[in-house]
Design a protein around this ligand. Sequence first.
Ligand code: C5P
Length: 207
Amino acid sequence: MKPPLVIAVDGPAASGKGTLAKRLAAHYGLPVLDTGLLYRAVGQKMRDENRDLDDGAMAGDIASRFDAAWLDDPRLRERKAGEAASRVASVPSVRLALRQFQQDFARQPGGAVLDGRDIGTVIAPFAPVKLWIDADVAVRANRRYRELVSRGEDVTEAVILADLVARDARDAPNMAIAPDAIRIDTSAMDVEAVFASALGAIKGRAA
Ligand code: C5P
């Protein structure tokens, strides 16, 4: 019997990994988890409770009470939630508290797609398919800028670029490229090309 298809899609913010993960999940009929939402949910709770985002103990305490219902909050897609997420995500107790939920998702009997930063290395190192999706930071900033503007946020591209540079630096300790990951640089690719490239790579590995 074939092992379940588990696809780990990792990479920096706005690299296109979320879009790709959703496309792959639809293609293979698999459930998909955007793991960034878990960190955003903890960050958002910190904001809602007026906590200092640098209070790691409090962030760990909130993460230990994590409830999947928190993921339905539409505010999690906003820029401020992303910023708060990257602050709390550097706290080891937060990462540990959110681990089991992600691992249970990855271990579903029928397989799963997860996108994040450490899926292929920490959450699901057993995944038969690991993708590392990256793009030039200026390209990522332009994509994120357009996405946020289409959601009605009042931002400039320069501010988003600065956000991403800071975010990359903060996320670096928890972003690791698995040695067996297939790397795709999406800087000069559109969504369709990224999907086709990933499918080709996956066919070579697993499906
Ligand atoms: O991917 P997204 O932008 O939603 O992630 C928000 C933040 O959550 C990231 O900047 C990162 O700090 C954190 N994160 C993480 N590990 C993951 C997913 C997200 O540390 N697996």
